[in-house]
Design a protein around this ligand. Structure first.
Ligand code: SF4
Length: 363
């Protein structure tokens, strides 16, 4: 490793020997380590979980079933307030059409993500998810909600989180992701998203999901106005939750898209994103799957495989990020070719238990 200093030598030795790094060491790496050093250290941790030359991918679609939302996050370009022009709720047929198309394109994972719509009660969701499970069986898997929506629905129905989790589970739901987390510090929530949840509530809800036996994930979004210490606090809370529960199947970080939002701002560059991915892989030594975001970084997200990531989505739709400037290319071949040029053999990671359709969009 070039440019060695006593600090980097000490941290590198810890990482090599499998010893956990502390938050102040992560901060030191962020400000002082070279990109090469971040690559090397994150690849060392990655190799503990995955073969060096392999990566996996999913073909998936986000179904944005409603854009009506009362949370009013200032970084969101997607929502409409109740009664405002442009608000919508997808019909069940429209949802099925989107899922049919996903299957035709070879995908087998849908993620549902919408707003906090006060006109849609918990039963609306339970009925929808039960109908999806009945229609598609094991050919398709779905991430039913993000935790943020789950918390809103539970509160709205006056159920505690465990009861709400069990209601969804009884409707055929297996996954509720950690989406909607952005930056998990109370100060960030107050600055940008004060009606959504508190961080304490977020982890209470996630613990209830794990206790109910549902699958869940960790997510993070960088590039708002958060400080490095806020990013580290997010990672620290995530690592601690995983120590306590072991319930996080993966960690996915993506970058904030600032276009057409009230908050605005300048997009984080790929270089900074890759360094953050590396830091996440090194710090989150208890999460095996670290995912890189093609949705927000396009083809260059694949360079994340050199910075600790091992898995990525090939998305065919996500209106929330597309409204704020994300672009989606359904021709997946160049993206997979790029992974190969970087030295990785990509393998389709089917999520549905009974997948039968091979991808047509991928040769
Ligand atoms: S980010 Fe989600 S919760 Fe916040 S305003 Fe947008 S749709 Fe609503």
């Amino acid at each position: 490793m070039s440019g060695r200093s006593p600090e980097i030598a000490g941290i590198a030795e810890k990482v090599r020997s499998g010893e956990r790094i502390q938050t102040d060491e992560a901060r030191w790496l962020w400000f002082n380590a070279t990109d090469d050093q971040m690559r090397t250290l994150s690849s060392t941790v990655r190799a503990r979980f995955h073969p060096r030359d392999r990566c996996t991918y999913l073909i998936m679609r986000i179904v944005n079933y409603t854009n009506v939302c009362v949370a009013q996050c200032d970084y969101c370009a997607f929502y409409r307030l109740p009664g405002q022009d442009g608000g919508y709720v997808l019909s069940r047929d429209a949802v099925f059409e989107k899922l049919d198309e996903l299957l035709q394109l070879g995908g087998d994972l849908a993620g549902f993500n919408g707003g906090f719509n006060p006109h849609l009660p918990l039963n609306y969701y339970c009925d929808l998810f039960a109908a999806i499970r009945e229609r598609y069986g094991e050919r398709l898997e779905f991430y039913a909600l993000t935790i943020a929506e789950f918390m809103y629905l539970a509160d709205h129905a006056k159920l505690d989180y465990l009861e709400a989790a069990q209601r969804f589970q009884n409707s055929g739901v297996r996954w509720i992701t950690g989406g909607g987390s952005e930056i998990l510090t109370e100060d960030f929530r107050r600055r940008h998203s004060k009606f959504k949840y508190t961080v304490t509530e977020y982890f209470e809800a996630q613990r209830a999901l794990v206790d109910a036996g549902l699958n869940t994930t960790a997510t993070m979004v960088i590039g708002f106005d958060e400080s490095i210490d806020e990013r580290l606090e997010h990672l620290e809370r995530t690592r601690q939750f995983q120590d306590e529960t072991g319930g996080l199947a993966s960690f996915l970080c993506w970058t904030y898209k600032p276009y057409f939002t009230q908050l605005g701002g300048i997009e984080v560059g790929t270089g900074e994103y890759l360094r953050h991915l590396a830091l996440s892989r090194i710090y989150l030594d208890n999460i095996s799957r670290i995912r890189t975001s093609v949705l927000t970084q396009n083809e260059r997200a694949l360079e994340g495989l050199l910075y600790g990531a091992d898995d990525f989505d090939l998305p065919i739709e996500d209106e929330v990020t597309q409204k704020a400037g994300a672009t989606i290319n359904r021709d997946f071949q160049p993206i997979l070719d790029y992974a190969r040029r970087l030295g990785f053999q990509p393998e389709y990671r089917h999520v549905a238990r009974g997948h039968a359709v091979e991808p047509v969009a991928v040769s």
